[in-house]
Design a protein around this ligand. Structure first.
Ligand code: HEM
Length: 206
């Protein structure tokens, strides 16, 4: 099975027509590739980050100044997060413009929409982790906005039981950012790909 997988990644021949850039621009595929970069760089960052209000900022400074390639690793994660969200927006736009949200692909549209919302929330939850002034004030502003939504005070109460940047809120943002959200997104991406197969591939027209 492993040999088949490697052969699949490095085929000896590729048909010319398969290399043609089609109307999807492979935006979903690119989102998936950037997601892999995000997950890998995020995993490596875990070895240096300390999710504690008094040590988080220092651990980021140490990563930037004392760890070989640390600045590059952090920049890669940040850059990949921007590229990922951009790919998602462009992919969603393509799906809307080609009408791919219509039956029989409705379910996959909703799975994709959930992926978009979860991805935005993942980016937001990661924003607090460096614990610098930008992180604190941006998260505080976001939480104030959430509190104004219907039932928003419940969400705020769960995410920030103490104060933004205090022990429990940092711990909860951290667990959401490194475990709950990436695991849910990975499961939904697998479901998204499964549904593409079930729907007999991408749209046949255009
Ligand atoms: C991690 C996020 C996502 C990944 C990795 C992903 C991946 C893909 C891939 C590889 C395809 C095949 C065609 C293509 O490349 O465009 C596809 C199709 C599709 N995606 Fe996504 N997608 C994601 C998010 C979304 C979002 C945010 C939406 C919409 C809100 C969405 C809705 C759809 C639909 C409806 C199709 C079928 C399109 C067709 O038949 O033409 N996906 N996705």
């Amino acid at each position: 099975m492993l040999t088949d997988f490697v052969r699949h990644l490095f085929p000896r021949r590729v048909r010319r027509k398969d290399l043609r850039l089609r109307y999807t621009f492979c935006l979903g595929g690119m989102a998936c590739t950037v997601l892999l970069v995000l997950l890998t760089s995020g995993f490596l960052l875990l070895f240096h980050y300390q999710p504690h209000p008094e040590h988080a900022y220092e651990s980021i400074l140490a990563l930037e100044t004392r760890v070989f390639g640390g600045h590059y690793l952090r920049s890669l994660h940040r850059f990949a997060s921007h590229a990922y969200l951009l790919m998602l927006f462009l992919h969603s736009l393509r799906v809307i413009l080609t009408g791919a949200y219509r039956p029989p692909r409705q379910l996959n549209w909703w799975i994709g929409f959930a992926l978009l919302l979860l991805s935005l929330f993942t980016a937001y939850s990661g924003y607090l982790l460096p614990m610098d002034q930008l992180a604190l004030w941006a998260t505080q502003t976001g939480m104030n906005l959430v509190a104004e939504l219907p039932l928003g005070f419940l969400v705020k109460g769960i995410l920030v039981p103490d104060a933004v940047g205090a022990g429990f809120s940092l711990l909860r943002f951290y667990v959401m950012h490194i475990l709950v959200l990436p695991a849910t997104i990975s499961a939904l991406v697998a479901l998204h790909f499964y549904r593409i197969r079930q729907d007999k591939g991408i749209l046949p027209y255009l």
